[in-house]
Design a protein around this ligand. Structure first.
Ligand SMILES: [Zn+2]
Length: 257
């Protein structure tokens, strides 16, 4: 990580000379910065050199700040935290709980000091949280209908799920793999994303499309708003940068499922 940071730092003069930088404000480190385009895939290669955030993390924090200005006082759960946005939230929110998914560890157990929670069957209480956060998790969940319902269950009435996930606009959702009694059945060519807690990576289960909001409403009753921003002055440019905010009804007593 240090070697990577030094490499990026040393690249700054070249990036300035080639016009691959711009000044702006970073919502993750909350500072004026100079954003660096270190490659053409801006989703992963448009960096803030101060906090090393990428665009989707800045987009998530922007929505968190605007929709929940009191977020530091909330009871919050994040599944599979990763990167500077998670770290910033953890540092500033006393009511923040982080969990990771380990297939062989039951929900609520401790895995080398990390709390384990399976999004499809969490050990957390009903109505325990104001806010749930997931960052690029839901394309990997095998039974997303269970996970969305579980999130609705652990949220208080009026609570919300703030998340990022790659959205394929102009397309319907494609299920790439399904759960079978004897394991996972591939319906499409297997695709894996990197996983900070598993060197084998994470299998992509779903390519979400335009029907994502309808799907969430159907499986758990939550209404979803989509935030799309393309703003270089905020370092939010690139591919798949939508932020989703699903709200639980203030009159909800329990998940409809
Ligand atoms: Zn930053």
């Amino acid at each position: 990580m240090i070697r990577q940071r030094v490499k990026i730092f040393l690249a700054i003069p070249r990036l300035i000379l080639t016009g691959r930088t711009n000044f702006g404000y970073c919502h993750v480190c909350r500072r004026k910065t100079i954003f660096l385009k270190t490659g053409d895939w801006l989703r992963d290669q448009y960096l803030c050199p101060i906090c090393h955030s990428i665009p989707r993390q800045r987009a998530l924090l922007r929505v968190l700040e605007s929709e929940f200005p009191q977020w530091r006082d909330l009871r919050m759960h994040e599944s599979s935290p990763c990167g500077p946005a998670s770290e910033m939230i953890r540092r500033q929110c006393p009511g923040y709980l982080a969990s990771q998914y380990f297939p062989d560890s039951p929900s609520g157990s401790n895995h080398d000091g990390v709390r384990c929670e399976n999004l499809e069957k969490m050990s957390l209480n009903d109505g325990e949280f104001d806010l749930m956060i997931t960052q690029d998790v839901f394309e990997h969940v095998l039974r997303p209908e269970l996970a969305f319902s579980e999130i609705s269950r652990i949220l208080k009435p009026g609570g919300a799920h703030l998340f990022t996930v790659p959205l394929y606009q102009g397309r319907k959702t494609v299920t790439r793999a399904i759960a079978m009694p004897d394991g996972v059945k591939y319906l499409q060519e297997p695709v894996f994303h990197s996983n900070p807690v598993d060197d084998a990576g994470s299998l992509v289960i779903t390519d979400w499309g335009d029907d994502l909001s309808d799907y969430i409403a159907t499986v758990c009753g939550m209404e979803t708003e989509i935030f799309s921003v393309n703003d270089a002055s905020l370092g939010i440019c690139g591919e798949f940068l939508e932020v989703f905010l699903s709200r639980k009804s203030t009159t909800s007593m329990e998940s409809p499922s």
